[in-house]
Design a protein. Structure first.
Length: 150
């Protein structure tokens, strides 16, 4: 804020919160399956890739066997949006369902959108805790800035 920012993009941080989790058979308002959440919590910032494999448009995603298969030699071309999503969605839903059931091969394929900040997401937190962390970090930064102004 001291440098003129009005806000920050922080979409990925919410994906590993307790409130973000869903099961593959219940697609309520939640975003993240248990398998993907586990992979995100273990991932570092270099375990993301830009891929068109989900939607047809480049998006940053968790690196997986799925993204490797779509970028490997001999892989088919991606379809334009929305056709790629229509093609891949039923398959991805089945991957999520089988991964939740413990299928190891499907766990390797499971992925979701996430930014490089995934490397900072090391433990599951509640949304409340994430917001409080933001508030504490902001207050600490303001205090540091005030000390430099004196």
């Amino acid at each position: 804020m001291a440098m003129g920012a009005d806000g920050v993009w922080c979409g990925s941080v919410w994906l590993t919160t307790a409130e973000a989790e869903t099961t593959p058979t219940v697609k309520a308002e939640a975003e993240t399956t248990p398998t993907v959440k586990e992979k995100m919590l273990a991932a570092g910032p270099r375990q993301t890739v830009r891929s068109r494999s989900r939607t047809g448009k480049p998006t940053r995603q968790l690196h997986s066997a799925w993204t490797d298969a779509w970028s490997g030699e001999g892989a088919p071309d991606h379809l334009p949006m929305p056709l790629q999503g229509l093609l891949s969605r039923p398959v991805r839903d089945m991957i999520d369902k089988l991964a939740a059931g413990g299928h190891e091969g499907e766990k390797q394929l499971a992925m979701y959108y996430v930014g490089q900040a995934v490397g900072l997401m090391n433990s599951e937190q509640s949304v409340r805790s994430v917001v409080y962390d933001f508030m504490e970090d902001y207050a600490a930064a303001v205090e540091r800035l005030n000390r430099t102004m004196i």
